[in-house]
Design a protein around this ligand. Sequence first.
Ligand code: ITT
Length: 200
Amino acid sequence: MKLKLIKGMRLVAATHNAGKAREIDALLDGHYTVVTAGELNLPEPAETETTFVGNAMLKARHAAQFSGEVSLADDSGLSVAALDGAPGIFSARWGGPERDFASAMRKIETRLEELSATDRSAWFTSALAVAWPDGPCVVVEGRVDGVVTFPPRGEHGFGYDPLFIPDGHDLTFGEMMPELKDSLSHRTRAFEMLKAALID
Ligand code: ITT
């Protein structure tokens, strides 16, 4: 069977994160009817895998099983080189149950200070997985490199956007208009791969 996403079909965005859901919707460019896992009241699975790819597949499969519909999941996060890649797959969990990213960003700054680290290199990763209710699953991974800066700047975006400056730019993702972030983000890069694989 050839796995394809046919324009016009309904897709479940297997996320409970409104910031991500907005970006996924923009990336699909109105070609699909998108309904989120939150809107369908699907239960949130525990993210028990050890990689972005593993957790993206787990979330997409879980949503496909519960909804009976083709489901798209994103597992993503910020990795800081001097922190050995932390928070990485634990990016959401560093925000605590309240998803307090101001505090998570301070935690990154404090850890860098404690280590007297001067290397500010960091990268965002997005693994995108599409799962069909009858089993198949396709997964890709995109990345954008840059640096972290303190204090965080900007009101756009979500999560760690205010402290990340992508290579070749002066603005943080939080200061960029969504269109600019969307033209160069980890999620967009993953999405380009997904499109090449699944969309005619
Ligand atoms: P779902 O699992 O329901 O999709 P989540 O927020 O728990 O939502 P993740 O486990 O993938 O998702 O955690 C990713 C976290 O990494 C997210 O909460 C943000 O804090 C951060 N993150 C991911 N992509 C980001 C982006 O484009 N800009 C800023 N922060 C981002």
